[in-house]
Ligand binder design. Structure first.
Ligand SMILES: NC(=O)c1ccc[n+]([C@@H]2O[C@H](COP(=O)([O-])OP(=O)(O)OC[C@H]3O[C@@H](n4cnc5c(N)ncnc54)[C@H](O)[C@@H]3O)[C@@H](O)[C@H]2O)c1
Length: 351
């Protein structure tokens, strides 16, 4: 067994990059689930964080305040190129605004890093996604895109159930995402990524309608999530090459929530962050419901992503959230914009 310690760095120090979750005083090591890249490096026994970077001094100061007791010797940078050159990290986390992922990822791949964990969506243009994937392939670097549910035991259990054939062939998926912060690029990317995760196929064509008021929204510039007025809700149909019919419905309403319905020949599965249920209908009036058992995982979400990178560096294998997978999600989101702009028409892929 290899017990090497992998030296990590983080670029971008807002919540997802840097948050320190509250800990139970009784369980200082295993009490809290990491919900940030920094917390994941802290929790994984084979990773350590040696440096962090942000252009905002305030973000660096906050990080120092939050993590001083864990990393008193942390190195702080405002220039990511300087950090990569000085630190020569093994793993680089990219947690900056979406339209900036590409430059940091390419620079990290060229710096000699072994693996990159980049926030979702992979990028805002296919050209950027392609140069990220290409740079990582050229330099033999693992690229994982942090579409968080890919390391969720619940979602993995549902995919395993479908793969097992016990519920018959997957025919259709309905994804619903709602809240006043339901936005195509900010959190819709997670839902659409789950469509490709379950469909296990390439998207073939798309039609869509954006939220009213976004008639001239033809390009996403990258700064999604801060203001819902800059990132539209959307409804879309995605047809996959293997015939799976997927519906994405994202609506800005007060009630928060996200759920998926997977319609298979032999049953229907409801899955969300709250669990997964299998429904088998014997008639229109009787539906037998059963909870889908979910395995225990030591590492999930961000630490699951990091643990998978460490495991793959040491043992080889395919990542669950590759650049190519995340590129499909980006292509679908860009096709949604194009369909709407052209009058809600069918858009064939590849774009
Ligand atoms: N996986 C998830 O559930 C999840 C949740 C939240 C955000 N995200 C993703 O994380 C990323 C960050 O989101 P955010 O809203 O916190 O972004 P943000 O716009 O607040 O930026 C993040 C940080 O990057 C820093 N930054 C910008 N340019 C930089 C540069 N040149 N060098 C170093 N630092 C730089 C900013 O100062 C900021 O502190 C986005 O891609 C977002 O989609 C993912």
């Amino acid at each position: 067994m290899n017990n090497a310690t992998y030296r990590g760095v983080i670029i971008g120090l807002t919540g997802i990059g840097a948050r320190r979750p509250p800990e139970s005083p009784q369980m200082p090591i295993y009490g809290a689930m990491p919900r940030s890249h920094a917390a994941a490096y802290y929790r994984h026994p084979q990773t350590d964080l040696t440096a962090v970077c942000d252009i905002r001094q305030e973000a660096l100061d906050t990080f120092r305040t939050d993590w001083q007791d864990v990393w008193p010797d942390m190195h702080y940078y405002t220039d990511y190129r300087e950090m990569l050159a000085q630190e020569q990290p093994d793993i680089v986390s990219v947690a900056t605004p979406d339209h900036l992922h590409a430059d940091f990822t390419v620079a990290a791949a060229e710096s000699g890093a072994k693996a990159i964990l980049c926030e979702k969506p992979i990028a805002t243009t296919l050209a950027d996604a392609d140069r990220m994937i290409e740079a990582c392939q050229r330099h033999n670097v693992l690229l994982s895109i942090e579409h968080t549910r890919r390391w969720s035991p619940t979602f993995l259990a549902v995919r395993e159930l479908i793969r097992s054939g016990q519920v018959g062939q997957l025919r259709s998926i309905v994804s619903s995402l709602y809240s006043q912060r339901a936005m195509l690029f900010r959190n819709g990317t997670h839902s659409i990524d789950m469509l490709t995760f379950f469909a296990e196929s390439n998207p073939a064509w798309v039609w869509a309608e954006l939220e009213a008021g976004f008639e001239h929204f033809t390009e996403y510039t990258g700064d999604g999530g801060h203001d819902p007025a800059t990132d539209p809700a959307a409804s879309a149909y995605i047809h996959f090459e293997n015939g799976v019919r997927a519906f994405f419905n994202c609506i800005k309403i007060d009630m928060p929530g996200s759920q998926f319905e997977l319609i298979c020949d032999g049953g229907r599965i409801e899955v969300s962050d709250r669990g997964a249920t299998l429904l088998r209908g014997t008639s229109h009036y009787e539906w037998a419901r059963s909870e889908i058992p979910v395995d225990d995982y030591m590492y999930t979400y961000q630490i699951g992503a990091l643990a998978e990178l460490v495991h793959t560096l040491e043992n080889g294998g395919e990542l669950v959230s590759t650049g190519q997978e995340a590129r499909k999600t980006l292509e679908i989101m860009l096709a949604i914009l194009r369909s709407h702009h052209q009058g809600n028409v069918r858009v064939n892929l590849p774009l």
